[in-house]
Design a binder for this molecule. Structure first.
Ligand SMILES: Cc1cc2nc3c(=O)[nH]c(=O)nc-3n(C[C@H](O)[C@H](O)[C@H](O)COP(=O)(O)O)c2cc1C
Length: 317
């Protein structure tokens, strides 16, 4: 995160507070920060951390001790500047999820069969048809790769095309739109086997240059961070490349606040869909994969604070 002068920080909690009889517990990714209540003012101080008021204003309103508490909580990461508000939803939507309700397989089947229908009454349906187009054909052929008996290894020229088309510069800008043209996504190729000129390692795709750079050499141990599933386990065993799509949220949220998180998700989706379309056109097996450990993947990719993995893609099968 960029350094912001202490008094200008507009603090917000990076997590939902859990109130206890002693005070408050703030559960973060790696720690639980506990603050004891001794003078009955803790709740008012944390309530003041609403993203509107800065540290100087809160200190003035609640006193020097409150200011010290803010410094302490900012140090632990339990409080962050309002630019870091995305952390709250990111943690809640993380894997493994901190809070969730487990649903049965039957409920999942029922959900798949359900669809949205507007609540008000409607007129008769008018069918719509697509004009023939190469893109339409690719879109309608698109599907997520399955581990078929015959392996379909990714070729070097296919990887290049995937990267250049899914997040590459075109005549003017990139192949996908980006809120504010910030292009905050960070793409990596997690490569466990040699591919063309690429040795095993973690390769960073420099989308501005259209070039791959070796970020860390050696076969990456990605397997422990992937959630085991009957479809993806055989794909993992084939040791085909995994593309990791991450977002530099510190950049996009600096401009857009928490809304930058949405924008990053949308851009990730655009890259994912473009990869699927290229895959359908060129016969490259693709499968999106949200089933990974957030912390593990971010560690593997050596992400600095503020950069997080949003989605992985199996390429090749
Ligand atoms: C955001 C996202 C996350 C996904 N995560 C996984 C995953 O972890 N494992 C998996 O096997 N498929 C995953 N998929 C693929 C879906 O299961 C697949 O798109 C869906 O079953 C529809 O099948 P189709 O893509 O072949 O049409 C994911 C898809 C999306 C869009």
């Amino acid at each position: 995160m960029r350094p912001i002068p202490l008094d200008e920080i507009r603090p917000v909690l990076a997590t939902d507070p859990r109130w206890t009889s002693d005070g408050v517990e703030l559960e973060l990714e790696h720690t639980v920060v506990k603050v004891d209540e001794d003078d009955g003012r803790l709740r008012a101080v944390l309530d003041a951390c609403d993203g509107w008021r800065n540290v100087a204003e809160i200190r003035e309103q609640h006193g020097a001790e409150a200011g010290d508490l803010l410094v302490e909580l900012l140090d632990t990461g339990a409080l962050v500047d309002v630019e870091g508000l995305w952390r709250r939803f990111h943690r809640l939507s993380g894997n493994p999820p901190p809070v969730t309700r487990v649903i049965s397989d039957e409920e999942v089947d029922a959900l798949v069969a359900e669809t949205f229908v507007p609540p008000s009454s409607m007129g008769d349906p008018i069918e719509v048809h697509a004009a023939p187009s190469a893109l339409g054909r690719a879109a309608h052929r698109r599907s997520s790769a399955l581990p078929l008996p015959e392996p379909r290894p990714l070729r070097w020229e296919q990887l290049q095309t995937l990267l250049r088309v899914a997040y590459g510069r075109g005549e003017r800008w990139f192949s996908v739109p980006s809120g504010g043209a910030l292009y905050p996504l960070v793409l990596h190729v997690i490569l466990r086997k040699t591919l063309g000129p690429l040795e095993p390692g973690i390769w960073w795709y420099d989308h501005w240059r259209g070039a791959l750079r070796l970020q860390s050499p050696g076969r990456p141990e990605v397997e422990p961070f992937l959630v085991s599933h009957p479809i993806t386990d055989p794909l993992v065993e084939r040791e085909e490349p995994l593309l990791a799509i991450s977002a530099d949220l510190s950049r996009t949220c600096r401009k857009y606040g928490a809304r930058g998180y949405r924008f990053a998700l949308m851009e990730t989706g655009a890259v994912m869909q473009t990869a699927y379309l290229v895959g359908a056109e060129l016969g490259i097996p693709i499968r999106a994969c949200g089933g990974y450990s957030d912390a593990g993947m971010n560690r593997l990719l050596a992400h600095p604070d503020g950069v997080v993995c949003m989605l992985a893609l199996f390429a090749g099968a």
